[in-house]
Design a protein around this ligand. Structure first.
Ligand code: ADP
Ligand code: PAZ
Ligand code: K
Length: 258
């Protein structure tokens, strides 16, 4: 079975693909100090619960945190006896090359989202990923990543307010009933929630204008469904979009014999 590892700046997600579906998903905080042995003790315990021990034989990794990749590679080599594909690194090809400025590195998560979005929805697509940062990936008709937008993530914005202003507490994001908050917490929640709705609407509108054509919008990431509540922002929310992109890129490289 294939182990897909999506390492973001906040969380690292491990999913097992059995060839038909993802049969297990586990999440751990991203920490570059975590060793291969530590990952394995944690993973093995969870795999035992699912009766999956010894079943992983292949792996693919996408990581927005470069320092984490070394220990994840060691994990795959030492405990799963395989050499993982690492998106964006030599030996891992993409079906369609990104078209961006020369010398630019695109976040591997965005390349993976592009592949998954194109396979499932075709081109002329915008993929919005609510992670540590909120990213918008623009996918051309031929499936190429052709650029996008990086905005501060929802929780990052809340944390920044709390850190910079002595009287502002840490607040969790929720959907407020109205816009006008009548206490500090409600005011912050309103600012971040409605600010984000406006950000997504505005950026999607402007991308469509710049591209001068209709484009579907697909959303992923932990907070996508919260922003989908009662609005017409997204054509679809797909929580496991990045994982599907990883297994598609794995299959593509296997097909190449790489
Ligand atoms: N279902 C959720 N509800 C609330 N916050 C969430 C949820 N899922 C993720 N988050 C928060 O959203 C932020 C981004 O998380 P995640 O998507 O794991 O980011 P990354 O991919 O960058 O590691 C983190 O601060 C995380 O705690
Ligand atoms: C924009 C990101 C920080 C998002 O990462 P995430 O929120 O998933 O941790 C990541 O895709 C990245 O480091 N990108 C490199 C620059 C670029 O994509 O243009
Ligand atoms: K991500």
């Amino acid at each position: 079975m294939l182990l897909c590892i999506d390492c973001g700046n906040t969380n690292t997600v491990f999913s097992v693909w059995d060839g038909v579906e993802f049969t297990a998903t586990w999440r751990i905080a991203t920490d570059h100090r975590r060793t291969a042995d530590e990952y394995f003790v944690w993973l093995n315990t969870l795999m035992q619960l699912k009766g999956m021990q010894g079943r992983i034989s292949e792996a693919i990794i996408s990581s927005t945190a470069p320092r984490v990749v070394f220990n994840l590679r060691v994990l795959c080599n030492r405990y799963f006896d395989c050499r993982p594909y690492v998106v964006g690194k030599p030996g891992c090809e993409l079906p369609v090359a990104p078209r961006v400025d020369v010398g630019t590195t695109v976040g591997p998560d965005r390349l993976v989202n592009t592949v998954a979005g194109f396979e499932r929805h075709g081109g002329d697509l915008i993929v919005v990923d609510f992670g540590t940062a909120t990213t918008f990936d623009v996918v051309a008709p031929d499936g190429a990543y052709i650029g996008g937008v990086i905005a501060p993530g929802v929780n990052l914005s809340l944390e920044a307010l709390h850190m910079a202003a002595a009287a502002l507490p840490h607040v969790d994001v929720t959907k407020p009933q109205g816009v006008i908050g009548t206490n500090t917490v409600a005011c912050i929640q309103s600012g971040v929630y409605w600010g984000y709705i406006g950000l997504v609407e505005g950026i999607v509108r402007q991308i469509r204008m710049e591209r001068d054509r209709p484009m579907k919008v697909i959303a992923t990431g932990g907070l996508a469904s919260l922003f989908d509540l009662g609005f017409d922002l997204f054509d679809k929310v797909e929580d496991d979009l990045t994982m599907h992109g990883l297994r598609l890129i794995f299959d593509y490289n296997k097909g190449l014999g790489a």
